[in-house]
Design a binder for this molecule. Structure first.
Ligand code: ARG
Length: 566
């Protein structure tokens, strides 16, 4: 049942405006102001009258509909109160019929969105800062798919650049194969750090490193096989984390993937007349746009981070014909993206201005000493955080529900889900203060609370002996306030999905999940479900089923599992 459309039809009959246009302006008002509202402010120009007067005139001529119970004029708005039984029936039947798909839309049909996220650097720690990019990017990936787009996830691995020359030099001087095989990235990082300390004393090491980089660029077999080995060692570690998070990418095209394409792109920038020399390097001047110059080539001819990003964007546009390409990184890369987006514009690619979008996020504050243990030195590794979350959750389950089956698996789903949920509970630009007690609290606004509510709904359905969705439900039996509030929260979800996508804000989903769970728990508190009988029981079970379906879908959109028992 499309209430907006029904209401728009009434309004159209009363004032002669176009139905589609009216549908687009209808809003969902704050609590107690009705279920839908039609604002008349934009009509003031058309009708040359004050909005309250227009509202009153339209209201006077409104016909009746079986779906609209009553309406009232408040200022420049007409507020509509729809028939509760048909509202409830419309929303719940839709969920019973479509399952989690009820939140989906097809506004993105036929369009591709590229999402560049996670993108850690080879031979460097996969740290907690990358966690944010990984989980936000993964959630946007799922949100855009649910909006009908084709999401294409790209892991733009940092797998090329001066650091590899240094690493080869360090490995040849002080490295040990077995130790690297055993310790992985932490050993590579140690060698890299050692290189820097030693190069302070003996600057000629830098020339040696540059020599190895040149060898890599020229395709030298030994240099490249070492590089490839560093990549493999690192990927093994990254993949462990991706497995824990259950995340896959459509492409793992790192920076090196663009090596061969870069000379042509540099040529193109030059031919557009915007490349100029500055202290030996080649740059694009951006003074007019109040930004420092964008570095394209180093004085030794080497390419840079922006050069690779420009090349990658052109490749992606040509290959995937994206409607948008999103870049999920920390806020500290803001200038980098603004600079090279501008260079593409100056090259004549107008699409760069609105199709390339940087999605920045704030930092993770590790808080007081000891809140997060740093088993692997001074950086907080993502893998350690996830493992610790799982261990702590195992302890909680051991206390609360020691007989639970599959304890290990569920602890992983809850512990990791808790970290993910916390990461996306606020607007992404906000910094995060990491706090285990808050994250793993089963009663706060947390992942475990949402998962627990889902498991509770599953348990009710199990106890009721109902496998699938109830059928032929009499929705006129759902009349109490807390039940209707739950129905409304479920009904608002599809609009929230679109809002989350358009603002690139997964937290809009997590907040809606909390809203649904709190409403569910009030409904559960106020209504006897298993203790009720006949048609009433069936109607209440339909609500339980719908809630569990919506919560599961919401958790999926955030990249979180929904265990049926906890
Ligand atoms: N590797 C970079 C880092 O760890 C992130 C890359 C983001 N993506 C991009 N296309 N620049 O900071």
């Amino acid at each position: 049942m499309d209430f907006k459309y029904e209401i728009a039809k009434l309004i159209a009959q009363s004032c002669g405006l176009d139905i589609e246009e009216i549908v687009d302006t209808i809003e969902i008002p704050k609590a107690d102001m009705g279920d839908y509202a039609f604002p008349c402010f934009r009509l003031a120009k058309v009708f040359r009258k004050a909005p309250p007067l227009i509202a009153a005139e339209i209201a006077e001529k409104l016909g009746t509909s079986e779906y609209v119970e009553r309406f009232e004029v408040v200022g420049g708005y007409i507020n509509f109160f729809v028939n509760k039984t048909s509202l409830t029936g419309g929303i719940i039947d839709d969920i019973l019929k479509k399952g989690g798909d009820y939140v989906k839309t097809d506004i993105g049909k036929g369009k591709t969105v590229c999402i560049d996220y996670s993108s850690p650097n080879i031979a460097k720690p996969f740290h907690i800062g990358h966690l944010r990019s990984t989980v936000i990017g993964n959630s946007l990936y799922r949100i855009y798919n649910a909006m009908g787009y084709k999401s294409f996830g790209i892991n733009h691995l940092g797998d090329w650049g001066t650091q590899f020359g240094k690493l080869i030099s360090a490995y040849k001087r002080w490295g040990n194969k077995e130790e690297i095989e055993e310790k992985g990235i932490s050993e590579l990082t140690r060698l890299y750090v050692k290189f820097h300390t030693e190069a302070e004393i003996d600057p000629s090491l830098n020339d040696e490193a540059r020599g190895y980089l040149v060898k890599m660029q020229e395709g030298d077999e030994e240099a490249l096989s070492l590089w490839k080995w560093f990549v493999d060692i690192s990927m093994k570690e990254f993949n462990r984390v991706y497995d824990m998070l259950d995340i896959k990418f459509d492409a793992y095209t790192g920076e090196s993937f663009y090596n061969e394409m870069m000379p042509a792109v540099v040529e193109e920038i030059k031919s557009k007349g915007i490349l100029k020399e500055s202290e030996g390097a080649q740059v694009v001047d951006l003074e007019e746009y109040k930004m420092p110059p964008c570095l394209i080539l180093r004085s030794d001819g080497g390419t840079l981070y922006p050069t690779r990003d420009i090349t990658a964007a052109l490749y992606r546009k040509k290959t995937y014909d994206f409607a948008k390409c999103l870049y999920v990184t920390a806020i500290d890369q803001k200038l980098h993206f603004a600079q090279w987006f501008k260079v593409l514009e100056l090259m004549g690619y107008d699409w760069a201005a609105d199709e390339l979008v940087h999605i920045p996020f704030g930092l993770v504050n590790l808080g007081a000493e000891g809140k997060l243990s740093t088993r692997s030195g001074h950086v907080v590794l993502m893998e350690d955080v996830l493992r610790e979350a799982v261990e702590k959750t195992e302890k909680i389950i051991e206390e609360k529900n020691p007989d639970l089956e599959n304890k290990k698996e569920i602890a992983a789903q809850v512990g990791i889900g808790a970290v993910i949920f916390d990461d996306m509970f606020n607007s992404r630009i906000k910094n995060i203060a990491f706090d285990w007690n808050k994250i793993l609290n089963f009663e706060g606004e947390t992942g475990p609370y949402v998962q627990y509510t889902h498991a509770r709904a599953c348990s009710i359905m199990r106890k009721a002996g109902l496998e699938g969705a109830p059928e032929n439900v009499d929705y006129s039996l759902i009349t109490d306030k807390s039940s209707l509030a739950l129905v409304k929260a479920l009904g608002d979800f599809p609009a929230k999905l679109i809002e989350a996508g358009e603002k690139y804000e997964p937290f809009i989903i997590s907040r809606q999940l909390i809203e649904i769970c709190q409403s569910f728990n009030r409904f559960y508190r106020d209504n006897s479900i298993l203790g009720s009988e006949g048609e009433v029981r069936k109607a209440r079970l339909a609500l339980v089923y719908a809630a569990k379906t919506a919560i599961k879908e919401g958790l999926y959109l955030l990249g979180i599992k929904a265990p049926e028992r906890m």
